[in-house]
Design a protein around this ligand. Structure first.
Ligand SMILES: Cc1ncc(COP(=O)(O)O)c(C=O)c1O
Length: 395
């Protein structure tokens, strides 16, 4: 069998649907998740020799029914790099970087859109829409072009220029709105209602998460099925973190890993840190963050649909959430570039700054095995990075 995808289930109220239902959120407001017949999938898959390339080697635990419907640009074979020089600077003996910037459009968002666009096209969708802070727009537009679908991308007006240009080249219809990603989300919702576009907003459909969960599978594979002690991830809408958390549960059910889990760390920007605030106050939902502002566009998400799922993953993993300033973010970008030759996006600069804080506080121990995710390339942020007073030379 090509997939063991079984049914859809609401993460909040547990209502279920038949798997071929074209769905956005549950009427209760909860994100809907894909569920699989995992015991059967485990019997069918030899995890040590999965045929093919990248993400789609895991087709048995992905939702697409027919191999011909896969929309791929070769995503997923991203390296896990030892980062000893950076580790020494931070005071860590076993730091690695999972470099998702090597995906086709330069960010981890490709994984989600490869799956979501494949599945939308398989279910008959012709036009897709997404509000985006940057990278999600690029990925949606690229995969939609590859699938022959029309994409509608709505960005906040202050999005870095490269994203706008790139999406237009892919043939997407690009619209800029005043405000932030939630304002872009409202415009997408209007368009969907009026024109019948399918809404691919973060966690408002089940399948972007399925692509993101592959990061957990691939990481486990690269570490010979022993997960690290700590995973540090820059968090906006939260699909990266929640997707990996889902993969760990699936892999344990399939008998691929044991019950030990990494402590998951969500890093946000001090100018937009709703998850950090909710985590620290013990809340199960995050309140909307007014006047969100940070140079890390992907972290400028004042209200996330997946807040409850994120907070649950952080708490179940004994993880934490930290906020960092824009100055620390730039310093993180510089430090990663100078220590390891990786020119990463500001979101990753934030993750590095967050990790630094946690080492200084003693929350991460010297000998722990830590994986820091580089979620995207710096090259689309040159207008933002160039405007900052950085480049202080070798350190
Ligand atoms: C480079 C980058 N890193 C991290 C994030 C945050 O990802 P998520 O929304 O899955 O939390 C984004 C989202 O736009 C991003 O573009």
């Amino acid at each position: 069998m090509f997939t063991y995808f079984d049914h859809l289930e609401c993460s909040a109220c547990s209502r279920t649907w038949e798997r071929n239902t074209l769905i956005n959120l549950c009427p209760c407001g909860g994100p809907v998740l894909a569920r699989y017949r995992l015991e059967e999938a485990a019997r069918a898959m030899d995890r040590r020799s999965l045929p093919g390339h990248g993400l789609w080697r895991y087709h048995a635990v992905l939702p697409v029914e027919s191999p011909e419907r896969i929309v791929s640009l070769g995503e997923g074979m991203t390296p896990l790099l030892r980062a000893d020089r950076l580790g020494r600077r931070l005071g860590l003996d076993a730091l690695s970087i999972k470099n998702e910037a090597l995906n086709p459009t330069g960010a981890f968002k490709d994984l989600g859109f490869s799956v979501a666009v494949s599945r939308a096209a398989e279910l008959g969708v012709k036009e897709v829409a997404v509000p985006s802070a940057g990278n999600a727009g690029s990925a949606a537009a690229a995969y939609a072009a590859r699938a022959g679908l029309q994409a509608h991308i709505v960005f906040p007006r202050d999005v870095p220029q490269a994203f706008i240009l790139e999406c237009r080249y892919y043939g997407a219809h690009v619209e800029l709105v005043e405000g932030r990603i939630n304002d872009a989300g409202k415009r997408v919702a209007e368009g969907c209602k009026k024109h019948g576009w399918f809404d691919l907003s973060t966690l408002k459909e089940p399948y972007r998460l399925e692509g993101k969960k592959y990061m957990g599978y691939h990481l486990a594979e690269q570490l010979d099925w022993v997960l690290p002690d700590v995973i540090v991830y820059p968090t906006g809408g939260g699909t990266g973190l929640v997707g990996m958390w889902k993969s760990f549960e699936e892999m344990e059910t399939m008998g691929w890993i044991d019950s030990r889990r990494p402590r998951m760390v969500s890093v946000q920007a001090a100018g937009c840190a709703p998850i950090v605030r909710a985590f620290e106050s013990g809340a199960s939902r995050a309140e909307f963050w007014e006047n969100a502002a940070t140079i890390a566009a992907g972290l400028r998400v004042p209200g996330a649909v997946g807040d409850a799922l994120m907070l649950r993953a952080l708490r179940e993993s004994q993880g934490t959430a930290v906020a960092v300033s824009d100055q620390e973010i730039i310093r993180g970008v510089e430090q990663l570039a100078q220590s390891e030759g990786i020119f990463a996006c500001p979101e990753t600069g934030a993750a590095l700054a967050g990790l630094r804080q946690l080492v200084e506080r003693g929350w991460v121990g010297r000998q722990e095995r830590v994986v820091l995710f580089n979620t995207g390339s710096a090259l689309k942020y040159l207008d933002v990075l160039g405007a900052e007073s950085f480049g202080s030379g070798p350190r």
